[in-house]
Design a protein around this ligand. Structure first.
Ligand code: NAD
Ligand code: MG
Length: 396
């Protein structure tokens, strides 16, 4: 049987580790051809020893040199690359059929774009790449015949609930809207007055999912859901108005699609990222993922409620950026990345995250999404504006 070669961008993160877990269950179907990380040498080293990729790449040049040194004797055949160009190179290797895009944040954009230009099957976890450069990204995918399969659990669920042949668009398929579910995160019931005192470890303590720290904070502010609204618009060629966010604290229904006739199709499963990962890797077939099968009697009930935009201003900011279009989402994403990093470093309060985003988006004028240069420029401008705002907040 023909095995598929897989490159994992962001192998040492939560999604990367889950992907390797799924691959290890199916050695007859997949082989790892490249693994990447930013600077986590020890973990990438151990992963290389286990999966013996032809290439390893690290964003950080110094870390790459240390990794190359460590691998020299046990794994002389693994070539170590570095920097953005190294990441782009492994994302476009001829022997990589599938590229798992699981770098967190804007850092994932260029390597994921390289995978699109090389016409790969892209397993897309790195939602920020699509949020900041949706039009360009989707163009590259189309032009180069790449295949885009969503890993984000909600988008993977929507993909599963949409008709397989959706070529004629939504109208022909009778799709009315998307119901995008959200657990509401760890602060759903926290008294409003206590939100400013929320510490990073509390914000990262998600009730249902174990994830990297950035997306965990995004879940606590519900910016994650806002980014997912924008992600869904690009992936499914729809408008923000056709997406409704639904709070569903159990995280069992991963999202739904409503049809004109009143039918709602949902995808259910344990909150385990190995399910969407295995789905996207096996598609259009199915394979075992390692996740627990859902016990509906243990789940017993499913609750749904409307989101509270007062409690979660970041969700509102993201929905507004989705409507504005152009580089508004690029600016929003950059401001959010800077604000979340500052919160995790205890420079600002939890409630300052929304403040920094709101002030940055007000101060940075979006433009039409022309070329990649526009995106990268607005990304930088917004980062500078957000950092300036954080410096002001800190002097209070
Ligand atoms: P993580 O923080 O656990 O891992 C991030 C990975 O990216 C690491 O391997 C890290 O080395 C790499 N990385 C970070 N900065 C880099 C840089 N500058 N250059 C090169 N590599 C860099 O994050 P995660 O939770 O695995 O999330 C990864 C992506 O998947 C995010 O975009 C997130 O929104 C998305 N996602 C994650 C989950 C989840 O359950 N964890 C669910 C849905 C979507
Ligand atoms: Mg998600």
């Amino acid at each position: 049987m023909n095995t598929k070669g897989v490159c994992i961008l962001g192998a040492t993160g939560s999604i990367g580790i889950n992907t390797l877990d799924v691959i290890a269950r199916h050695p007859q179907k997949f082989r790892v051809v490249a693994l990447t990380a930013n600077s986590e040498i020890d973990r990438l080293y151990r992963q290389c020893l286990e999966f013996r990729p032809a290439y390893a790449a690290m964003g950080d040049e110094h870390a790459a040199a240390l990794l190359a040194d460590k691998l020299k004797v046990p794994l002389p055949e693994t070539q170590v690359l570095s920097g953005v160009s190294g990441l782009e190179q492994v994302a476009s290797l001829p022997q990589a059929d599938y590229v798992m895009a699981a770098i967190v944040g804007a850092a994932g954009l260029l390597p994921t774009l390289a995978a699109a230009r090389a016409g790969k099957r892209i397993l897309l976890a790195n939602k920020e790449a699509l949020v900041m450069a949706g039009a360009i990204f989707m163009d590259e995918v189309r032009q180069h015949g790449a295949e885009l399969l969503p890993i984000d659990s909600e988008h993977n669920a929507i993909f599963q609930c949409l008709p397989a042949a959706n070529k004629g668009g939504w109208k022909q398929a009778g799709v009315r809207r998307i119901l995008l579910t959200s657990s509401g995160g760890p602060l759903l019931r926290t008294p409003m007055g206590a939100l400013s005192g929320v510490r990073p470890d509390e914000a990262c303590a998600h009730p249902n999912w174990a994830m990297g720290r950035k997306i965990s904070v995004d879940s606590a502010t519900m910016m994650n859901k806002g980014l997912e609204v924008i992600e869904a618009c690009w992936l499914f060629h729809t408008t923000p108005e056709q997406i409704e966010v639904v709070i569903h604290p159990q995280s069992v229904v991963h999202s739904m699609v409503e049809y004109e006739d009143g039918s709602i199709l949902a995808q259910l499963g344990s909150p385990d990222m190995r399910i969407p990962i295995a789905h996207a890797m096996a598609w259009p077939e199915r394979m075992e993922s390692g996740a627990d099968h859902l016990d509906l009697f243990a789940v017993a009930r499913l609750d749904f409620e409307a989101p509270d935009f007062e409690r979660f201003p970041c969700l509102r900011h993201a929905c507004e950026a989705a409507v504005t279009g152009g580089t508004a989402a690029t600016i929003l994403n950059a401001a959010n990345e800077v604000a979340v990093a500052a919160f995790l470093e205890k420079q600002i309060l939890f409630t300052d995250i929304a403040r920094v985003i709101s002030d940055t988006t007000a101060a940075t004028k979006p433009r039409p999404m022309g070329g990649l240069e526009d995106i990268l420029e607005d990304d930088q401008l917004a980062r500078i504006a957000a950092k300036n705002r954080i410096a002001e907040i800190r002097t209070y």
